[in-house]
Design a protein. Structure first.
Length: 343
């Protein structure tokens, strides 16, 4: 089983020391986790999955008052709890180990590749059963990673799935395989266009119904495959169709899961700050700013409150607060806009 790093152990011990000194932060589960991490005990796959889930839920705590040195209330309860789970070193380690776990059955790390919703050809079945169909991958073209998938790449893995030698890929949202699937893929085949699937969202499951509404409204942007490759599954072309060096994927050895994703990788890091600043010209108070984040940015209430609180402190430190948006606030807005679009 994987062993925590020294950096994680030091952070976990810091969290234990803080909790003893200040009497706040974390739960008994977090304390138990910190003891295991600080002693660098082997961690099970289940524990690593829980770490990934914890960090995903509590990332927003990093923007709250008292998380950073020099702020009032440092270390905050959220900062102490974050440390108990291994802090930033723990998050990076858990994410890496979880990817390995997903591909462990075949000894391969899981990779991801997205397709925008416009290319999915999404269709819902008649009635309200939650059935839908579409393409999770299309052939041809070169993506942002300079990869291209060739026709026939899914043939062998589909044959293994249909024969029972491999399982049908799971259906998650944003590759959150540590959470419950929101549905199941019922059928899978390859045609001249790409990898075509029919799936069903789980009836009576609140998350599944939210995903269905988002898909129908167009606020979810596509599908993404989680897959594994062997060394002989690819070849390289140094001048492929005027794209330079391209990795040509001839075969997909493993198909672990197919996720409904909030946005395709090509667009995930692009936030137009100029448009943000133009709208912010109409904001005259912290409450206005919080409302703007919720209405225009799609932020949750807690995320909007945390960001507005951080903004208030940044503006109070800025000499040109009435004419210029501080660089750090721009960074926070960009990061939170991205996070707020993740289900």
């Amino acid at each position: 089983m994987p062993v925590p790093t020294q950096a994680m152990a030091e952070e976990a011990q810091r969290g234990l020391d803080w909790r003893a000194e200040f009497g706040r932060g974390g739960t008994e589960v977090g304390v138990a986790r910190a003891r295991d991490i600080s002693n660098r005990k082997d961690l099970s796959d289940e524990t690593i999955g829980r770490m990934v889930s914890y960090f995903a839920r509590h990332e927003v705590d990093k923007e709250a008052q008292g998380f950073r040195p020099g702020e009032d209330g440092y270390p905050s309860a959220g900062r102490i709890a974050w440390a108990l789970w291994g802090g930033d070193p723990g998050k990076a380690w858990a994410d890496k180990e979880w990817s390995k776990i997903q591909g462990k059955g075949a000894g391969k790390m899981m990779m991801k590749k997205n397709i925008v919703l416009d290319n999915v050809g999404l269709k819902f079945a008649k009635g309200d059963a939650g059935g839908f169909s579409g393409y999770a991958s299309v052939f041809g073209g070169v993506d942002s990673y300079n990869d291209t998938i060739m026709p026939g790449a899914y043939k062998s893995v589909i044959e293994r799935i249909q024969s029972g030698a491999a399982r049908m890929p799971k259906m998650f949202v944003n590759h959150k395989s540590y959470e419950l699937p929101v549905g199941k893929w019922k059928s899978i085949h390859e045609d001249d266009v790409g990898l075509f699937l029919f799936g069903e969202l789980t009836p009576g499951m609140a998350d599944a119904q939210a995903v269905k509404a988002a898909m129908q409204h167009g606020t979810i942007d596509g599908l993404s495959i989680g897959y594994g490759l062997n060394g002989d599954d690819v070849e390289y072309d140094d001048d492929y169709d005027n794209h330079g060096r391209v990795r040509i994927i001839k075969n997909i050895s493993e198909l672990y899961e197919i996720s409904i994703v909030t946005y395709p990788a090509d667009e995930s890091a692009r936030v137009d700050l100029s448009s943000v600043k133009s709208v912010l010209d109409q904001v005259e108070s912290i409450k206005d700013f919080e409302d703007f984040l919720r209405e225009a940015g799609g932020f949750s209430k807690s995320l909007a409150t945390a960001t507005a609180s951080r903004a208030k402190r940044l503006f109070s430190q800025s000499e040109s607060e009435k004419s210029k948006l501080p660089d750090e606030l721009q960074r926070i807005i960009a990061a939170n806009l991205q996070n707020s679009r993740t289900l």
